[in-house]
Design a protein around this ligand. Structure first.
Ligand code: FAD
Length: 379
């Protein structure tokens, strides 16, 4: 007999682990299926650290979501006894008219977020690992920091299992077919299941399983660098806030030292390479390293020592870079969370809550108007 679940979640990465936890915590019979290990370094949720901050200049709709996300991360820490969220403060810097600086000021003012405006000289004096040029300005926000994504996934999975969820790694889902009784048949490489509802949180692989998102959730190759600082204490958590930085060459982001020896940073959209996640070159290339090293040498010279580690990762971008959180119009038993466009991790805890709401009730109290699939029909 085929096992029938209330909900099958496809993909147990950042969003899927949070969704499985939320569903199990509400007493549902849940199965999570993950094609690789839990966690793993083949998708979008590895690399030790992810920025979390209240400043959300991309759209005001994200601010209440991130505030809820902070609370849910703290709840998960309490439930599992794991440290998941580290507060370091955060710097959003760039030329006065840059989206990063201007947007951060607007976001703080519009949402009454505690912040300070600092000149480049003030940033460099307060946080001596930084060497911002004189014409850059910064918004400093004290409650920004970072999450540790692999630990977040482990914590969500542990909490989900404690609430009764079943999670299976190394089991790839190959087909989702609606059943005549209203459910969905889920076929993996290892077996067949039935579910009342399915949630797809398959990250960069989403469009392989949900062709409706072929043009709407496009994977892009990213590279991260960890360089050994020549003055290490300047890159300690106590002295070095996370940052997002606009330069004439694009936007960069970075972190204090944590776990991997070295100052970690990356460039948003890196070389803008669209990829197939099953064929992407996961080996960092010399030109990847050169691009990143040139940035550190210019803006964080004390952090630009020998290379400690390089890693590749993927963004999954929508055309407007807003998320997709919706049920499929022609397959309403299937809910999708995808297209997090390089900034989704901080929200994973609240995305799990929203996807659980959508799977159970078809609606949520959170304001998710921005994330519907029908926006692409209107575009
Ligand atoms: C380099 C980099 C830096 C980033 N920095 C930040 C940051 O500082 N702050 C921030 O908030 N966000 C950041 N992001 C974005 C954030 O990490 C992503 O938005 C988030 O991790 C996406 O989570 P996900 O669950 O969609 O994807 P994943 O965590 O990749 O999960 C998808 C899962 O689905 C599984 N899967 C796929 N297909 C199948 C299948 N058919 N069957 C079974 N399993 C399947 C995959 O193996 C994978 O485990 C960054 C991303 C990258 C790459």
């Amino acid at each position: 007999m085929t096992n029938r679940y209330d909900v099958v979640v496809v993909g147990v990465g950042g969003m899927g682990s949070a969704t499985v936890y939320q569903l199990a915590n509400r007493g549902l019979d849940v199965l999570g299926l993950e094609q690789f290990d839990v966690p793993h370094d083949m998708g979008s949720s590895h690399g030790v650290t992810r920025i979390i901050r209240k400043v959300q200049y991309e759209d005001p709709a994200y601010v209440p979501l991130v505030e809820r996300a902070y609370d849910l991360w703290r709840d998960l820490e309490e439930r599992t006894g794991r440290d998941l969220l580290y507060i370091t403060g955060g710097v959003d810097a760039g030329p006065r008219d840059s989206e990063v600086f201007r947007g951060a000021v607007q976001s703080c003012e519009a949402h009454d977020i505690d912040h300070e405006i600092l000149s480049a000289a003030e940033v460099n004096e307060r946080f001596p690992g930084y060497a911002l040029p004189a014409d850059h300005h910064a918004v400093y926000q004290s409650d920004a920091g970072f999450l540790v994504p692999e630990q977040c996934i482990i914590a969500s999975v542990e909490a989900a299992q404690a609430a009764g969820a079943e999670i299976r790694a190394r089991e790839s889902v190959v087909d989702l077919t609606p059943l005549s009784d209203g459910g969905v048949r889920v076929t993996s490489q290892k077996g067949t299941y039935e579910a009342e509802r399915v949630v797809v949180t398959a990250g960069a692989w989403t469009r392989k399983l949900v062709p409706e998102l072929e043009e709407l959730a496009v994977p892009e190759r990213q590279v991260l660098a960890w360089l050994q600082p020549t003055v290490p204490e300047r890159f300690d958590r106590e002295n070095f806030p996370v940052f997002v930085h606009a330069t004439e060459d694009g936007h960069y982001y970075g972190f204090p030292r944590h776990d991997v020896p070295g100052f970690k940073f990356g460039k948003f959209n890196h070389f803008e390479e669209t990829v197939d996640p099953d064929e992407m070159n996961r080996q960092p290339r010399p030109k990847d390293e050169q691009l990143l090293r040139a940035y550190a040498e210019r803006y964080f010279p004390d952090g630009a020592g020998p290379t400690m580690k390089l890693a590749t990762c993927m963004f999954t971008n929508t055309p407007d870079e807003q998320f997709v959180l919706d049920t499929l119009p022609d397959r309403p038993r299937i809910t999708v969370g995808a297209g997090f466009s390089g900034r989704g991790f901080k929200f994973a805890s609240v995305i799990g809550e929203i996807l659980a709401d959508l799977a159970i009730d078809g609606e949520t109290d959170h304001d998710i108007d921005l994330f519907g699939l029908d926006r692409f029909d209107r575009a």
